[in-house]
Ligand binder design. Structure first.
Ligand code: ATP
Ligand code: MG
Length: 183
């Protein structure tokens, strides 16, 4: 079962007068249950590739299939449905909502999916417990350490049990023990 398939994906950016090619003919397929680690130096396009895979950005050319659907043929609404129901995204810079508590941040993906609030609270608390943050559920993100914020972002990406998890340096702020626990 194909979860994600890239075919000859290119991404170019205009920078001043020149066009820079960041992704050059990337093709690969990710099957259900598989994981791929992408290792490359800073500034070479890892985040760009993940954004394109998640339909947060569009490729300059090439095709991305998610769950065997050609994403270039989807409307913005359909793409947003795929992101909400199928993909968990951990941003490199965690992107938590500053005006909501830890618990609320993790509840949001499930509320968007239309689940009942009672059920959402149970699931959000459960995943926060698994990343060892149960005692911080009522904190605001700005009062957490960098690694704690990152674990909230990981909990938010996992809470809906998504088929496809795209994680951009998810354990960069964590000590080796916590990082291996998260994996
Ligand atoms: N919207 C944009 N416009 C112009 N250039 C961009 C844009 N987005 C990214 N780039 C450039 O593309 C290159 C790759 O950026 P990207 O963030 O994908 O790198 P990265 O591999 O994730 O790096 P890091 O390991 O530092 O996070 C960088 O040189 C960046 O400046
Ligand atoms: Mg990056």
């Amino acid at each position: 079962m194909s979860v994600l398939r890239l075919t000859k994906v290119c991404k170019k950016f205009n920078s001043g007068n020149e066009t820079i090619t960041i992704l050059n003919n990337i093709s690969f397929e990710l099957l259900e249950g598989e994981s791929i680690a992408l290792v490359a130096p800073s500034g070479t396009g890892k985040s760009t590739l993940l954004h394109v895979c998640a339909t947060l950005d569009t490729p300059t050319s090439g095709v991305i299939h998610i769950n065997n659907k050609n994403t270039s043929q989807l409307s913005d609404n359909e793409k947003s449905n795929i992101r909400s129901n199928y993909i968990g995204f951990v941003y490199q810079f965690h992107n938590l909502l500053p005006d909501f508590t830890v618990l609320e941040n993790v509840m949001i993906p499930l509320l968007i999916q239309g689940l009942k609030k009672k059920e959402v609270i149970v699931k959000a608390k459960n995943i926060l417990n698994r990343v060892n943050l149960y005692k911080k559920i009522n904190s605001m993100p700005k009062y957490l350490s960098g690694g704690e914020q990152q674990r909230v972002a990981i909990a938010r990406a996992l809470v809906s049990n998504p088929k496809l998890i795209l994680a951009d340096e998810p354990t960069g702020n964590l000590d080796p023990y916590t990082a291996s626990h998260i994996f």
